[in-house]
Structure formats: C-alpha cells, structure tokens
Design a binder for this molecule. Structure first.
Ligand code: TYD
Ligand code: MG
Length: 474
C-alpha cells in the first residue's frame, strides 16, 4: 500500500504527479520524473516549537532600516553582482553547469574573506579534503586561514553549525550532495535538496552567517535543478559561459539586496578566475574590422554598459527548411527581425541558412540589440561591412520603426571611451524622455525606421554594381 502513496516529482521544476510520465507537464522537460516517498507530515527542523502561536504585530510603512551590513568578498566583480558584498544571515545560491568554475570562485572568495580576518568555513560534499587543498595550492591560496571540511550528512553539518558563533561565511559545495537521513529519497532529489537547504538557511538566519549554496544545473534530470531552491534563498547567481571559452559571466537573476541582471565578468586562467574590470575591451579584443556580417552593439548589462560584437553569417540553404542557428540571442527575436527586414525593406533572407552569434560567449536579452542584429544581417546579405567605428543600438518594432531604449547616454559614453567614432541609434524623442546629449567626437546617426539602416548598404551595393558595369563597358 505504501507504494501507492509515493509521488513522482519532476527533478527540474519540482512539480508533483501521482503517476510516472515521460514528460513533465509543468516545465516540458523529458525524463525528469522520479519516484519519491511522500514528505514527512512535519517539516524538518524544530518546527511547531510554539504550539500556542502568538499575535503578529503590525507596523506602519515608515521607519528606520539601515542598509544591510556587507562582507566584501575581495573579488570586485562578485561584490558587484551581490550588490556590494555578502549579507550576514542571508543565503545565496550559485548555480551553473558542472565544470564552469563554481568551486573555484567560491574557494577564492572564501579564502579572501578568511585572509581578511573573518571566519570562513568551506564544506565540500563533492571533493575530498586533499582535492580541495590541491586546488588551493594551484590558486596560491594555501596560506589562507580557511576552515575546510568534507561532509555530506546534513545531521553532522547542522550539529557543527548549530554551535557556530562567529562564522561570517559558510560555503556548501554542493547542495545536491547533502542528504538528510530522515528522508527516504536519494541525495540530489527535490525532496532532499529542499529539506537540506531549508535547514541550512534556518541555521544561517539564526547563527548569522552568510550561506552560499552551490547548485549544479543538469539537463539529464538526475539531480534536482537549482530552480527548486530559487524561492528559498535571498539571491540566486548563475555562472554562465562556455567551457571552451575563457570568459565566465556571473549573473544575478534574483537579489533581495541588490539589482538583478547585474553581471560580473571573469576570465578563467591558470591561476583561477580573474576579474575583468573592462569587459567591452575584452569582448571586442578579437574583432576584425571590415568583415561583412559584423556589427558592434552598445548594450547595458545591469548598471554597466557593455559593447559586444554581433556576427551574422548567411549561407545558401542545402534544401528543406533553412536553418536558423543562434548563439547568445533569442531565436524568436531573430525570426521577427528577419520578417520585418523582409516586409518593410524587401530584403529577402528566407532561402539562406542564417547563423547569428554574440562573440565572447555573452547572452543578450535586451531588445535594444535589434538594431545591431539587423545591421549585421543586412551587412551579411549585401556583403558590405558595417563601419567598424560605429556602434548600434535600438529596438525594432513590427512596422519597422526604431524605438527608444533606456540609458542611451551611458551606451554612447562607453562607445566614446573605447574609441568609437559614431553611433546609429533611435531618433531622439520630441517630448518627454531625455535625449542623449551629443558627445564630443561621436557622430550620431539618429534613424526612425529600419529602412534608414538598410538604405546606405543598398546604395553602396548599387554604386559597386554601377562601378563594375562601368568597368565592363569601359
Ligand atoms: P570548478 O570550479 O571545479 O567547476 P564547478 O565547481 O563549477 O564544477 O572548475 C573546474 C574547471 O576550471 C576545470 O575544468 C579546470 C578549470 N580551472 C582552471 O582553468 N584554472 C584553475 O585555476 C582552476 C582551479 C580550475
Ligand atoms: Mg565544483
């Protein structure tokens, strides 16, 4: 009979089903359902301590609340993403693919905090002490007074932390390796991950340390995704990037103490992760001017302007439906932009395979990138390079109009700082919104319609063809 009461829990999103099925109806993932014993009637931890329950006190909205104190990690890019450092008695989840560098960055941050004179504990459930020591040696951190332990039993960890008085930071690497013996399910399942995280977060709040949980993201569904923890923690940071690339981007997707969508940029080197204070210079470092199909986008990531190169390549389709391959941008947005170019400017890309890439491994979500993508596409289609000294930004509407985007001035300043000579941007607003001030040495081409972007390329092509014809005739 007990078998009937078992539930099937999606390891990606946590949805619960009475029966097994191949695909999760809630999140659409395949093969993520796993059988789990039902959770205990009472949650873990000393719940129901006060059976009586007291009256909740209500207060007004006004009142003094000092900004939360911060523990700087010593890694400026990490502090930026956290909103100024770790907050005592809070929980941060650091998610990312295996091998992306989560353990590395947390070891670096913990060692720096320990070196600065605070107590930092690093509990590894994945690697033995010797392995972590080896990494510390490789990173040149072996002298840091960091306290290291290898443990996976939550009961032991909780017993140790319950006594804690002065720890500033506790790192758990990773939450998926911990297990609570009160539960039947295996480590890494939604039930285990949730119960372990809840207990650790309770300890962080009562003992006052900053808790950092590492969570792997997996596609196979064998481990519960960090998504099931997002609502329990105060901040969620995702470590992105290609393992083949040396750039790593740390992105805040949730932050109760700071801005979301803030990014920190790192470079993975022999000596660990190194901060990149000027990402634009890095993202553009390998750019080759005068190549058709490339345009520089002046973007904003969080509070910081970032310039990146958008690359487009068109190739005749081998038949069947043409391919649309996108790295770092939204496939649906590309389809829309191509439809607008076709309907409003008569530019036909339909029969070609289209490849779009954001160079450097950055993922862009801003609609402001539309204009740069359009420029790259038009440049590829006409085989004419864009002006390598020009940046592009602006949102493209369905009727082909170029729409205003936020923070035009910050984008232009970044372009100017990096030595660009001009920008193609939305026409300044007649009323209301602030128009970008003219910046010294920057030519601004304000356009109102996508046709204004395409026209110069068409003109150049036309001129070139005329020249060719003239040469033939002559
Ligand atoms: P790691 O921090 O173990 O990843 P995660 O904890 O997210 O699984 O990083 C592993 C990768 O980083 C590994 O492939 C080797 C590389 N690496 C370096 O390139 N330089 C270094 O100094 C270190 C420590 C790791
Ligand atoms: Mg690791």
């Amino acid at each position: 009979m007990a078998k009937d009461r078992n539930r099937h829990v999606c390891q990606a999103c946590g949805a619960v089903f009475p029966k097994w099925q191949g695909r999760c109806d809630a999140c659409g993932e395949w093969n993520t359902l796993q059988e789990e014993a039902p959770p205990p009637a009472r949650g873990p931890g000393p719940a129901a301590r006060a059976a009586g329950g007291r009256r909740v006190e209500f207060v007004g909205l006004q009142g003094q609340a000092a900004p939360p104190p911060r523990i700087p990690t010593g890694l400026a890019e990490l502090d930026r993403v956290l909103g100024g450092g770790l907050v005592p008695a809070s929980a941060v989840l650091v998610g990312g693919d295996p091998g992306i560098g989560k353990s590395t960055i947390l070891l670096q941050a913990a060692a720096r905090i320990a070196t600065a004179g605070r107590r930092a504990l690093y509990i590894s459930g994945e690697e033995a002490v010797a392995q972590v020591r080896l990494r510390a040696l490789r990173l040149g951190l072996e002298q840091a007074p960091l306290e290291l332990a290898a443990a996976t039993a939550l009961r032991d960890i909780a017993a140790s932390l319950e006594e804690e008085k002065d720890a500033a930071l506790v790192v758990i690497d990773s939450i998926q390796t911990l297990w609570l013996d009160a539960l039947d399910s295996a480590p890494g399942t939604v039930a285990q991950v949730r119960a372990c995280a809840a207990e650790l977060i309770r300890l962080a709040k009562t003992r006052g340390f900053a808790l950092v949980l590492v969570g792997h993201v997996t596609k196979e569904g064998t481990l519960a995704g960090p998504r099931v923890l997002e609502h329990m923690v105060d901040a969620t940071l995702y470590f992105e990037g290609d393992r083949g690339h040396q750039f790593r981007i740390l992105r805040a997707v949730k932050n109760r103490f700071g801005a979301t969508d803030e990014i920190g940029v790192f470079e993975m080197t022999e000596g660990g992760l190194v901060e990149v204070p000027n990402p634009s210079a890095l993202f553009l470092a390998e750019r080759r001017g005068n190549v058709a199909g490339s345009a520089v986008f002046a973007g904003i990531e969080g509070t910081r302007p970032v310039l990146v190169e958008v690359q487009a390549l068109l190739a005749p389709s081998a038949g069947g439906s043409p391919r649309r391959q996108v790295v770092g941008w939204d496939t649906g947005r590309l389809a829309m932009l191509m439809a607008v170019l076709e309907a409003r400017c008569g530019l036909t890309l339909g029969m070609n395979d289209v490849y779009l890439n954001i160079a450097g491994g950055l993922r862009i979500a801003e609609p402001a990138a539309d204009l740069a993508v359009a420029a790259a596409l038009v440049s590829a289609a006409t085989d004419r390079p864009t002006d390598p000294e020009t940046v592009y930004f602006g949102e493209v509407g369905l009727s082909g109009e170029i729409r205003q985007v936020a923070q035009a001035e910050a984008r232009l300043r970044e372009a100017q700082k990096l030595g660009f000579a001009g920008a193609v941007l939305p026409r300044r607003l007649a009323r209301g919104g602030r128009a970008p001030v003219a910046l010294e040495g920057l030519r601004l081409a304000e356009i109102g319609h996508i046709a204004d972007l395409v026209a110069p390329f068409a003109a150049k092509t036309g001129r070139r063809e005329k020249e060719r014809e003239a040469a033939k005739a002559g």
